[in-house]
Ligand binder design. Structure first.
Ligand SMILES: NC(=O)c1ccc[n+]([C@@H]2O[C@H](COP(=O)([O-])OP(=O)(O)OC[C@H]3O[C@@H](n4cnc5c(N)ncnc54)[C@H](OP(=O)(O)O)[C@@H]3O)[C@@H](O)[C@H]2O)c1
Length: 305
């Protein structure tokens, strides 16, 4: 980290985004404070882990950041940290993604209080508790990991699409994972064959299938959609709770997400899947049009008001 709180990758991206004259005059300062000035961004699950660091780095580029999670105390801390750095601004809204009504109310608040949205990062997620193989359900009765990791982001994206479209060109980045397992459309809620790793892997593939399915439709409305595996076993609460030794830093994941979020090289590119900072091939089901249609039909039915 340098004195303005930006990691090197974010700083490099900031310099790329800045006007050449400004960059020449004072690369670090002008690029860092101006690149996203006037832009509004929402990072779900930004009270902790990678989302928290993404919120801080996006604010350091001058963005107004909507911080989200369940924990109001940690949300307020992120807002304080952003405001005390003196770059960008932040506001926190709490919403539990285990409830579709909570997602709808959250989206309504964003639409009411913000007149633009340039970037939505669907990052909130859960994995597993160490040695716990119990199946849980959301408030709506859906398998919990599928509900929190995928269905809430699906609904939020559609609820906020008009606002993103008004701010076009805009971007959606879906934070998925390399852990991907084919969805069995006869048992999406895993009532018959539950395992914690399967629940996580199908929810992450669902995010990627969704990305591929809507890529063209959203891009025609000025909103590109991409997905990625940020890094493997970053040192975050999620990984510590699973009882697995971390193997990567949060900064590694942040660099990968920031590329999809702000890199000019990706302007207008929709439907891509990345692993880290490299474009990659996702699980074959992601490209299967029948699977895309089945997930779309299911998601529409599950989120119908
Ligand atoms: N860590 C890794 O190595 C890794 C690898 C590949 C992909 N990913 C993906 O990266 C994303 C971020 O993971 P992380 O490691 O940074 O996790 P983390 O540190 O555990 O943070 C998860 C965030 O999600 C929020 N969240 C969890 N349950 C929620 C719910 N029911 N409603 C609303 N918000 C909720 C948490 O906020 P509250 O606690 O305030 O609710 C928190 O801000 C996830 O999508 C994860 O699947 C992570």
């Amino acid at each position: 980290m340098n004195t303005i709180g930006l990691s090197l990758p974010a700083l490099l991206l900031a310099v790329l985004l800045a006007a050449p004259a400004q960059a020449l005059a004072d690369p670090a300062h002008s690029a860092a404070t101006d690149a996203l000035s006037g832009k509004s961004v929402l990072v779900t699950g930004s009270t902790d882990g990678m989302g928290r660091q993404l919120a801080i780095e996006l604010a350091a580029l001058g963005a107004q950041v909507i911080v989200h999670g369940r924990n109001a105390e940690r949300g307020a801390e992120v807002v304080r940290e952003i405001e005390s750095a003196g770059h960008g601004s932040a506001v926190f809204y709490a919403a539990d993604f285990a409830s579709l009504d909570n997602v709808r109310a959250f989206a309504a608040t964003v639409r009411e209080r913000h007149d633009r949205l340039d970037l939505l990062i669907n990052n909130a997620g859960i994995w597993r508790q160490a040695d716990d193989e119990s199946r849980r359900v959301s408030e709506d009765g859906h398998e919990l990991v599928f509900a929190v990791n995928y269905l809430s982001g699906y609904l939020l994206s559609y609820e906020l699409l008009p606002l993103l479209e008004r701010s076009a060109p805009a971007r959606i980045v879906n934070v998925a994972s390399r852990a991907q397992q084919a969805i069995d459309f006869d048992d999406v809620m895993l009532e018959h064959d539950f395992s914690a790793s399967r629940a996580y892997a199908q929810s992450k593939l669902a995010q990627i299938i969704f990305t591929m399915d809507v890529a063209e439709e959203f891009a025609e409305r000025g909103v590109t959609v991409t997905s990625l595996h940020p890094a493997t076993l970053m040192d975050t609460t999620m990984v510590r709770q699973a009882g697995v030794p971390p193997r990567a830093t949060v900064e590694e994941g942040v660099e990968a997400v920031m590329q999809l979020a702000v890199s000019p090289a990706l302007e207008g590119r929709s439907g891509l899947y990345f692993e880290g900072i490299e474009e990659a091939k996702a699980h074959e089901q992601a490209y299967d049009e029948a699977a895309q249609a089945a997930l779309r039909a299911l998601s529409e039915a599950l989120t119908a008001p």
